[in-house]
Design a binder for this molecule. Structure first.
Ligand code: ZN
Length: 411
């Protein structure tokens, strides 16, 4: 999806603002000799921005307007040292609220809904994003914040909560608690708006079935407003994103080149109207793809697919970029195997090879099953793996996704 003329004008306005403010990025762009971009080709040559740059700009180096215009900061988690500080103007806060309101509307949520918000408040963008969008919509907010399951359930029953804002893991925990306590008939939930951590279809089905609710995936990151820049619709085929606020590119994480629409790669986001801390070509390290064509729901907003993982998970087999989630997704379509699998990558006869170990669920022809799985991988991803079917219980159990992928090439 090429950048439009209007979006280019918006990018140029952001470049001018960054340079005028002499902010961290303004200086970087100046050093790179960037002034204005006049075409999609020129835009695709602009330097990327990275999380490391944002850390280097700590604490307020990203600020692109006079301080008098900054009304708030948010911060992304600093698990690896220095956190990232994002300053917001009043307009940025408002724009974010408008986007989140759209998310609720996309999910069919109205001003007659009661929205219980369980993600955290504070420096984090999560809770407050859910809240402001719901207030803009005119819904009734129940601002719980995280934890205290006892009280969450009490409020959910007493307030007759209809919408749950949550992470997928907390939604699952609540679903299990509700089932365990046998209080489902006192729960009035209709919809769940779920934060964007990657979750399996099996988990989705469990939450949806046990709570009897529709689930919507919300996308976002603190560096770009926060959650609410995109959401899935009732068709449940990818997430629409607001292309009047952000421009999304998908690049090959290894080469940095844009990939054609439909191909998987890294999400790169440019903010089009952000004032406090505009970002040009920010590398998210999230993996997805642009879904070509218009959605059956009729929305004119473009779509990215559900997040498939992180770029760190990428493997290259026989020149094809592969992500564990792609394999996992294919394996999920075979009812004859358990949810456990193991991927081993090795270098055999001068070639990189992938071996996939799966567990048979019952009485099937192992050879036939392995052939069918290999053929599906070949047709969907483009290379033929070696598939070994083993008896159930043979593969090691692990809760960590990474432990399922073993790269023996450099051992
Ligand atoms: Zn749609």
């Amino acid at each position: 999806m090429k950048i439009s003329k209007k979006q280019l004008e918006q990018v140029n306005s952001r470049i001018t603002a960054l340079q005028k403010a002499n902010s961290f990025y303004g200086k970087k762009l100046q050093q790179a000799g960037v002034t204005t971009v006049n075409s999609a080709e020129e835009f695709e040559k602009l330097p990327f921005s990275e999380k490391k740059d944002l850390r280097d700009a700590y604490p307020l180096g990203l600020m692109t307007v006079p301080e008098s215009e900054i009304v708030r900061i948010h911060s992304s988690s600093g698990t690896t040292g220095t956190p990232v500080i994002i300053p917001y103007t009043a307009k940025d806060v408002d724009d974010w609220g408008i986007q989140f309101k759209r998310c609720y509307e996309m999910a069919g949520i109205t001003n007659m809904d009661r929205v219980q918000i369980t993600p955290g408040y504070g420096l984090w963008t999560a809770g407050i994003g859910f809240q402001y969008g719901a207030e803009k919509l005119g819904a009734m907010v129940i601002p719980m914040g995280p934890g205290n399951t006892e009280k969450q359930l009490q409020m959910m029953m007493d307030m007759k909560t209809t919408v749950l804002g949550s992470t997928s893991s907390y939604a699952l925990l609540l679903a299990e608690e509700i089932q365990k306590r046998g209080i489902k008939d006192r729960i009035f939930l209709k919809k769940g708006v779920i934060g964007s951590e990657r979750w399996s279809q099996k988990m989705r089905d469990r939450i949806s079935t046990e709570l009897g609710i529709e689930l919507y995936d919300i996308y976002g990151l603190t560096e770009i407003y926060g959650p609410g820049i995109g959401i899935s619709c009732k068709e449940n085929c990818g997430m629409h994103y607001w292309d009047d606020y952000i421009y999304v590119e998908i690049i090959d994480p290894a080469t940095g080149k844009n990939v054609p629409d439909g191909e998987i790669g890294e999400i790169v986001i440019t903010t089009l109207v952000k004032e406090g801390a505009p970002l040009i070509r920010y590398r998210t390290h999230d993996l997805s793809r642009i879904i070509p064509g218009t959605c059956a729901c009729g929305s004119p907003f473009p779509r990215i697919d559900m997040i498939m993982g992180r770029t760190d998970d990428m493997m290259k087999i026989k020149g094809v970029n592969v992500f564990p989630s792609q394999i996992e997704e294919i394996l999920g379509t075979f009812s004859e195997i358990s949810s456990e699998y193991q991927i081993r990558i090795s270098h055999l006869d001068g070639k990189d090879t992938m071996r996939i170990y799966v567990e048979s669920n019952g009485h099937v022809d192992f050879a036939d099953l392995s052939r069918r799985i290999a053929e599906t991988v070949k047709s969907r991803i483009g290379f033929t793996p070696i598939v070994k079917v083993v008896e159930i219980g043979v593969l090691p159990r692990s809760t960590k996704k990474t432990a399922r992928v073993i790269d023996e090439r450099y051992a």
